[in-house]
Structure formats: C-alpha cells, structure tokens
Design a binder for this molecule. Structure first.
Ligand code: T46
Length: 140
C-alpha cells in the first residue's frame, strides 16, 4: 500500500539577526503536521554509532539537527529514503510506519525530535522481521 504522506524536509521559521539567528516552533502554526506531545534529544553520540533501528505504529516525528550533522535512513518496506540533516532551520518529518536508522553523527551533533505521542514502548516495532510483515500487509 502506498503511504499517503511521504517523509519530507520542512523549512522552519528563521529570524535573521546580526546577534545570531533564531528559529522556533509552536503548536497550531500550520508548519508541523501534528500537535507536539513530547520532545527529546540525542547528543554525545560516539563516532561510528547508530541510533534507531525501529519503526512506530502511530508516532509522528520531526527531526532537527540543532547542531552538527547526521544521516537519517528511512525504509518503507520497499525503498530506502536517505536524508542528511545539518541545518537547525529545517526539520525532517517522519510519518509512522518507516523503519529508521540514524548514523554518521558528526562530533558535537545534537538531534532534537518533536513527537506526536507520549513515550510508549508498545508504539515501537523493534524487530525488522516484524516490521517487514507489517509492511507487506500494508500495516507498517
Ligand atoms: C526514534 C529515534 C530517532 C525514554 O524513556 N523516553 C523517550 O522519550 C525516548 C525517546 C526513549 N526513552 C528510553 C527508551 C530506551 O530505554 O531511552 C532509551 C533509548 O531509546 P531508544 O533506544 O529508542 O533510542 P534511539 O535513539 O534508538 O531512538 C530514538 C527514539 O526512541 C525513536 O522514537 O525515532 O530516536
């Protein structure tokens, strides 16, 4: 089954200022395609480490490289979609149902993630075989 909304990069508000630039997000701004329920961030990732390796049943996410850069690899069960995040004024929207891995973190990088759901381990699919079964049945 074709997913209705694909992962895509969203440009965020950007206030230029000689003192330094500023970006922001808020609910109901018409920019993020979900209400923000939770925020977490990943940092101090040692060189060569990988994060992720799971999908979500329901959770929608917006990933932002607040500092540095990293790669986000998304698999829909058939095709991989690859993104490099390195701009604090852009976010990658990841709909549910995509197996994701994050790698190639630069030194000092910070990945902030806004999500549509509270933390709930039952929303995770952490076994790739299970993900593939769901994807093959159009239920990933
Ligand atoms: C995702 C990628 C991009 C919590 O207790 N609360 C939280 O909000 C989160 C996100 C995690 N945790 C606990 C669960 C694990 O015991 O923190 C531990 C590490 O989580 P995990 O192995 O899932 O971390 P990542 O970096 O592999 O995945 C995270 C998110 O979990 C996931 O939703 O999409 O970042």
């Amino acid at each position: 089954m074709q997913k209705t909304v694909m992962p895509h990069v969203i440009d965020l508000p950007r206030i230029y200022d000689p003192r330094g630039n500023l970006s922001f997000l808020q609910n109901n701004d018409g920019i993020i395609p979900f209400a923000i329920e939770r925020v977490y961030w990943i940092y101090d990732v040692p060189a060569g480490e990988e994060r992720g390796a799971h999908s979500h049943h329901e959770g929608k996410e917006l990933l932002i490289a607040l500092a540095g850069s990293f790669n986000v690899n998304l698999f829909d069960g058939k095709e991989w979609h690859h993104f490099i995040l390195n701009r604090p004024f852009q976010g990658l929207y990841v709909p549910p149902g995509y197996w994701r891995t994050l790698d190639n973190f630069s030194s000092g990088s910070v990945c902030m993630v806004l999500t549509s759901t509270p933390y709930d381990e039952t929303d995770y699919v952490r076994e790739f075989e299970e993900f593939m079964k769901l994807a093959e049945n159009g239920k990933a």
